[in-house]
Design a binder for this molecule. Structure first.
Ligand code: SAH
Length: 342
């Protein structure tokens, strides 16, 4: 099968172009077209026909096939289900915020982390996404919607730090001035807490926003819903977060999904406030998106507000995540899950 050209780094494309007898600057021309609204290599107007034929012989242009698209009537959120070459399916989401359009990308087909509340992990990990599969989600969504994308969150299916090689290549490319030219500050990477990767992340991308999925303030509770806590217990996660903040000078975020009667009592908030004391951080409270297979129940908006107040009163900066696309298959991984159990 032909390789997807989007999986090449700019220097690899240069090598290819030069080794086929064309001048180096042609690679730049080709490269700049990859991010535009083109259907085929023939749309690359300033590229010589001979080079276009060579590209056609050797490469595909994007490999995602759109299977399903849902558009929220409430807020314009759009969910996309794409099929990969090997039949695996992945989800991505497009959201409109006041500060710009955001896409939420998947980094793996499935996930092996097994968080109890999450739809994405129910079927385990199939495989890592390739560089081109991660990048293509952005390119396809901007083509389909015709909208400019100004922010990216790596919060879709998968654990981005478990696919660090491809995710870091993606971050470099999306940041490249000849590609999308997105600043690192408009990109957020969300992790269940693979803190053994944090030193490298801070070295490679000190400007990126980091969100840690915490969801509980004690090891006893976190062990129950997040198996990764057995490997990286809460104290090690928070310690590493503190190091990360002092190393990069950036604020760090914690995601805390509120599950009724499990982690939303006053005591849970007191423990959370104590845990994060004197750390330059922000807590994002997320009312649980109910996934029927998990049996867990959401705390609801009112309780989320009470939790937020408790945290704020204790000096912890907390907000509640706006729920977008409530009228379409909301929770991460639900669209994909629905397809696979049809
Ligand atoms: N693996 C990464 C990124 C993917 S999950 C991580 O764990 O952060 C992105 C966020 O959605 C995480 O905070 C995750 O805990 C949260 N999430 C997953 N399922 C959810 C659900 N049903 N309701 C609310 N948040 C959920």
């Amino acid at each position: 099968m032909k390789e997807d050209i989007l999986g090449l780094l700019p220097e690899e494309l240069e090598d290819f172009v030069i080794s086929h007898g064309h001048q180096r600057f042609r690679a730049k021309q080709v490269y700049s077209w990859l991010y535009k609204d083109i259907e085929s290599f023939r749309d690359m107007r300033n590229v010589p026909k001979a080079l276009i034929s060579i590209l056609e012989e050797n490469f595909n242009l994007g490999s995602l096939k759109l299977i399903d698209r849902q558009i929220s009537k409430m807020d314009g959120t759009q969910k996309f289900l794409f099929q990969l070459d090997d039949g695996n399916q992945i989800e991505s989401v497009f959201m409109k915020y006041r500060y710009g359009n955001t896409v939420c990308l998947s980094t793996q087909a499935g996930c092996k982390m097994g968080c109890k509340f999450c739809a994405s992990g129910l079927l385990g990990l199939s495989r890592n996404l390739t560089l081109s599969e991660i990048l293509s989600q952005v390119i396809e969504i901007s083509k389909i919607t015709g909208e400019k994308i100004s922010n990216i969150v790596l919060m879709g299916t998968g654990e981005p730090l478990d696919n660090y090689v491809n995710v870091s290549k993606f971050l470099r490319l999306i940041h490249n001035p000849e590609g999308y030219n997105l600043s690192m500050r408009s990109i957020t990477i969300s992790t269940c807490g693979l803190v053994d990767r944090f030193d490298q992340l801070a070295d490679d991308f000190p400007q990126i926003n980091v969100a840690i999925s915490l969801h509980a303030a004690t090891d006893k509770k976190r062990n129950e819903i997040m198996p990764i806590n057995k490997k990286f217990p809460i104290a090690s996660v928070v310690q590493k977060a503190r190091e990360y903040v002092s190393k990069t000078g950036r604020r760090i975020s914690f995601e805390y999904t509120l599950v009724k009667g499990f982690n939303d009592e006053d005591e849970d908030m007191y423990a959370l406030a104590k845990l994060l004391k004197n750390l330059n951080c922000h807590v994002n409270l997320i009312p649980l998106n109910e996934v029927s297979q998990t049996g867990l129940i959401t705390s609801g908006r009112k309780r989320a507000e009470e939790c937020m107040e408790i945290l704020n009163k204790r000096g912890i900066n907390a907000t509640i995540r706006r729920q977008l696309g409530a009228d379409i298959d909301g929770a991460c991984g639900q669209l994909r899950l629905k397809q696979s159990i049809k």
